[in-house]
Design a protein around this ligand. Structure first.
Ligand code: NAP
Length: 523
């Protein structure tokens, strides 16, 4: 049974008097269970417990943390039927999509467990001292990443499993040795409760201290504001809208002790289509683009929303095929009423833009698309670069592909950007590519940014406004680095060093030894 309270340490609390309900988008009805808004007391309790747990967690071994992640993966896996049932109800996503995300979530816990165990992410570095160096002795210096302390995490509505209570942010923070307090998204509170319970069971089974994990619910900004401004919070992980991420960044910067906010936000992910591929595969490319735009009904931060094409008969064929797909595809529900209203407002905004023709728009939440020329795009870029979250795409017709590098200059930070071209086309992309190096977190050749592999080389980030910090990623194994800061130890006796930095390398982890990569022991 869903209890509708907060999961604070090992207990369920229902202090908050205000309650809210979840909404079932497919059935267009409110669900019966009431969820309590976390109170100020709940926020304080969760962060006091997290603060108390932090020193113990920092000292846990890599093996203990990896084991914890694996236990939680097992718990989540065995609870998948109930989690997925609730998730489908609260999101309106098709069962296949929910099942795929559920498997991905469980896989992420196991993948991060392996990464934590491997220890490379600690970035252990040893520069051995030279006491006799002339004219000054060189100190012995050793550094590694160490857990920063309690982390507050906000998940987005559109990935209720893989980017929420049990998603990449909490996994990486726990793996790095940080206690976690999650704010559940009000769009899927029942799903959040099931996920939170599975995580807590794993924490108790692994013998980790109370306060290692808490989950608070809330609809409205009060709970989030209290979490970000609480003195015990050491960092924030956020996945969601630019508006929400920016508000939390400003709150964190306004603290007496500003803390980092790793916000992963929205993006329009430009696509540049070259003429030879258009001539050879206009219809196929249009089909693939449509499949990418409508994946998750357009509710992906990596949705390829702006497409640049050289004006030609081939471009017309491309647009005709796209149009056919749009017309024949029925509307699917958007995640919640706020997103649905924002989608319609975004399309209304497009209708007022000079030079922009909205070629197709349905009465409700159907896919939509607009067309304009490059000149109008540049004139109106500030409005056009605002994400319209949903299955909407904008096609910009250029005189020829030589305009692409100049058009690309219009873009601030983006999560992804793609170039589509044949081998012949790809011979002339270097100026455009150089511009993408400036603003894109991930550059895709002949593919779309939707679909994110979790691996070492994945960077799901980019300069502001794609994220708050271009140096870090929220997805991919490098996500661990956000929650562990580098600490140097100077002339420190072995007995006082963490195992990762001891001469014998007892953990057997890869290290940088006097500038060379090594898994061996120090001299
Ligand atoms: P959202 O409205 O920003 O909500 C995300 C979370 O932040 C919610 O828990 C929300 O809680 C909280 N929040 C938002 N504004 C706040 C504020 N001013 N103060 C305190 N808390 C605040 O985002 P969403 O609608 O769930 O997700 C859609 C957006 O996420 C899209 O823009 C999409 O592109 C982006 N997204 C990005 C990524 C990525 O990896 N970059 C991935 C998925 C989605 P309350 O509503 O209770 O305040």
């Amino acid at each position: 049974m869903i209890q509708g309270g907060q999961l604070i340490g090992n207990k369920t609390s229902q202090h908050g008097e205000d309650t809210f309900v979840a909404y079932a988008p497919r059935e267009e009805r409110d669900l019966p269970e009431r969820f309590h808004e976390a109170s100020g007391k709940d926020v304080d309790q969760a962060l006091q417990l997290a603060h108390q747990a932090a020193p113990t967690l920092r000292q846990t071994s890599l093996e203990e943390r990896a084991h914890l992640l694996e236990l939680i993966a097992d718990n989540l896996e065995s609870s998948l039927p109930i989690i997925e049932e609730r998730c489908a109800l609260e999101t309106g996503y098709p069962d296949t999509r929910v099942a795929m995300e559920g498997r991905r979530m469980v896989h992420l816990w196991r993948l991060f467990a392996e990464e934590v165990r491997g220890g490379a992410w600690l970035e252990a570095r040893i520069d051995t001292g030279e006491p006799d160096r002339f004219p000054l002795p060189k100190p012995d210096l050793r550094s590694m990443r160490m857990a920063i302390g309690p982390v507050v995490i906000f998940g987005a509505s559109n990935f209720p499993l893989a980017l929420s209570v049990a998603g990449s942010d909490p996994i990486s923070a726990l793996g790095a040795g940080c206690p976690v307090v999650v704010k559940g998204h009000p769009s899927h509170p029942g799903t959040s409760e099931w996920l939170g319970r599975a995580i807590l069971d794993g924490i108790q089974a692994a013998g980790f201290p109370e306060g290692t994990f808490s989950m608070l619910q809330g609809k409205g900004h009060d709970v989030g504001t209290a979490l970000v401004t609480h003195p015990n919070t050491r960092a924030v992980g956020f996945t969601g809208s630019l508006r929400g991420g920016r508000a939390l960044m400003d709150l964190a910067a306004g603290r007496l002790d500003p803390i980092p906010v790793y916000a992963e936000m929205g993006s329009v992910n430009p696509q540049f289509v070259y003429p030879d591929i258009l001539a050879n595969d206009a219809e196929g490319l249009a089909e693939r683009l449509f499949a990418s735009v409508t994946m998750g009904n357009g509710q992906f931060c990596t949705c390829p929303s702006i497409v640049f094409l050289p004006r030609s008969k081939d471009a017309d064929r491309f647009l005709d095929t796209y149009h056919e797909r749009v017309i024949e595809t029925p509307a699917a529900p958007l995640l919640n009423t706020c997103i649905a209203i924002a989608y319609r407002q975004g399309l209304d905004r497009w209708e007022t833009i000079p030079g922009l023709t909205v070629r197709h728009r349905g009465p409700t939440e159907e896919a939509a698309f607009g067309v304009l020329d490059a000149h109008h795009f540049l004139d109106q870029r500030e409005v056009l670069l605002e994400e319209v979250f949903g299955p909407a795409s904008l096609f910009v017709l250029c005189e020829d592909q030589d305009e692409f590098p100049t058009l690309a200059e219009a873009f601030p930070g983006q999560l992804g950007a793609s170039i589509h071209g044949t081998d012949k086309d790809l011979q002339e992309v270097s100026a455009l590519l150089n511009e993408l190096h400036r603003f894109a977190g991930r550059i895709v050749i002949n593919g779309f940014p939707t679909g994110i592999e979790t691996c070492h080389a994945m960077h799901h980030g980019g300069p502001y406004p794609a994220t708050s910090d271009p140096l870090h990623t929220s997805l991919g194994l490098a996500a661990l680095a956000r929650w562990a800061r580098p600490v140097s130890f100077q002339n420190t006796p072995t007995t006082l060093l963490p195992e990762a930095l001891q001469d014998e390398n007892p953990l057997g982890i890869p290290r940088l030894l006097n500038g060379r990569h090594s898994a061996s022991t120090a001299p």
